[in-house]
Design a protein around this ligand. Structure first.
Ligand code: C5P
Length: 405
């Protein structure tokens, strides 16, 4: 299930957007309708409200639209932005970065994929200005559902009529579930640090940015997987995969991962989970009236280790990938960790290097698997993600892991 923002602009085809919303819902998606001022002159917002069972956003400055967290967070929580119908005006705004209403602002604020279904008079569609704007958007990765040909409402015959709702829904599905080697596979990725609260204002954390796990989640989704990302507290924005669950401490992460692991085909633990957490977090802020302060810490649950043990005991479970951040004897320790935690792949990295590991865009890793270890050269984290997933795909082919099915 995806959360889809459906932008409706002021064209005669606006009524067809109601069918698009229904089609998306029938496939299990949640739809939020956003109407431009001119769209509301063609179709009443109430129609969309009744269909989507959500408040329709019609004005950026309308009281409530900014106070309601759901709307503010829309840019980062949607999995797809569709505009159907898209007028020449809207296409021009998107192409040029104008942001004078909710829909155009949402376009510049979101990192979700964008699908545009243009609809306008034939001459307008063929105009050089419109063509150029469409090309600009296409070069930026925006996808289109071409308008159909035929009699247009304005009396002309030609190309410009909004594509049929079924076609728009099918295009949305192919963006949400691209054909790829991981199509149909559920991949659970845990990324980022965990913060263990000491008192209401302080915590123990670590330097993980989440970038490596985010790159894996993004690449897995690009390869067609249905991705759930469990993200610890990081300032780096997570990718817009199907489901992003925010957690804080190791205990929260443990709960979230266990809850989703049984339905997953692959679990990648790229998170830097704290090994120790305060045994008893203070209810009040700890005062500084003592010269030395002793903290009592207790071990946190070993999430990956628990998944490995569970799989060993039951003989079924997802393929497991772990990371090993070390500063010495990197490969030896990774091999030992692979055995100890009963996992399939361990990605080892030397975090003492300045160009690898925490908070940088590159990584140097050695992947330890059932057939030995392979050291990879320094490369971007997104390429490392591809290398890891290539090996995951090979293992999935070799050993059809019994999981939820
Ligand atoms: O045991 P160690 O922390 O060295 O193992 C690292 C691997 O185990 C990583 O994949 C990390 O995400 C995972 N881990 C975990 N739960 C912990 C600590 C680490 O799942 N409490």
């Amino acid at each position: 299930m995806a959360l889809i923002a459906l932008g409706v602009t002021g064209g005669i085809g606006a009524y067809k957007a109601v069918e698009v919303a229904r089609g998306l819902q029938k496939r299990g998606h949640e739809v939020v309708a956003i109407m431009t001022a001119s769209a509301t002159r063609f179709v009443g917002p109430l129609t969309f409200e009744a269909i989507t069972r959500r408040r329709v956003i019609t004005d950026q400055f309308e009281p409530g639209a900014n106070a309601d967290i759901e709307h503010i967070a829309l840019a980062s929580s949607i999995n797809l932005l569709i505009v159907a119908p898209a007028t020449a005006n809207l296409i021009g705004k998107f192409a040029n970065g104008l942001a004078d209403d909710f829909l155009s602002t949402l376009y510049t604020a979101t990192r979700a994929p964008v699908l545009v279904a243009p609809a306008m008079n034939t001459q307008m569609f063929a105009h050089e200005a419109v063509r150029r704007n469409l090309e600009t958007l296409a070069a930026r990765g925006v996808r289109f559902v071409e308008p159909g040909e035929g009699y247009l409402a304005c009396g002309w015959i030609g190309k410009g009529r909004l594509a049929e709702p079924d076609e728009i829904v099918a295009a949305a599905e192919s963006i949400l579930h691209p054909a790829g080697p991981l199509r149909g596979k559920r991949v659970l990725v845990a990324a980022g640090p965990t913060f263990e609260d000491l008192d209401p204002v302080r915590y123990l954390g670590n330097r993980s940015s989440g970038r490596m796990g985010f790159a894996i989640a993004e690449e897995a989704e690009r390869r067609g997987a249905d991705v759930t990302l469990v993200a610890g507290p990081t300032s780096v924005e997570p990718p817009a995969v199907r489901s992003v669950l925010r957690v804080r401490g190791a205990a929260d992460m443990h709960r979230a991962v266990l809850e989703h692991a049984s339905a997953a085909d692959v679990v990648v633990m790229a998170a830097a989970v704290a090994d120790y957490a305060p045994a008893e977090p203070a209810r009040q802020k700890i005062s500084k009236d003592v010269e030395t302060l002793t903290l009592v810490l207790k071990r946190t649950p070993d999430i990956l280790g628990n998944l490995g043990r569970q799989r060993l005991a039951s003989g079924k479970g997802p393929l497991l990938v772990g990371f090993a951040a070390e500063t010495e004897q990197v490969v030896e320790r990774a091999r030992a960790k692979r055995e100890e935690k009963h996992v399939d792949l361990i990605v080892a990295n030397d975090v003492s290097r300045s160009d690898a590991g925490f908070d940088v865009d590159t990584n140097v890793v050695t992947i330890v698997g059932p057939e030995g270890s392979e050291s990879l050269p320094l490369q971007s984290k997104s390429r490392v993600a591809g290398e890891i997933l290539d090996r995951v795909e090979r293992l999935l082919l070799k050993q059809p892991v019994v999981s939820h099915s």
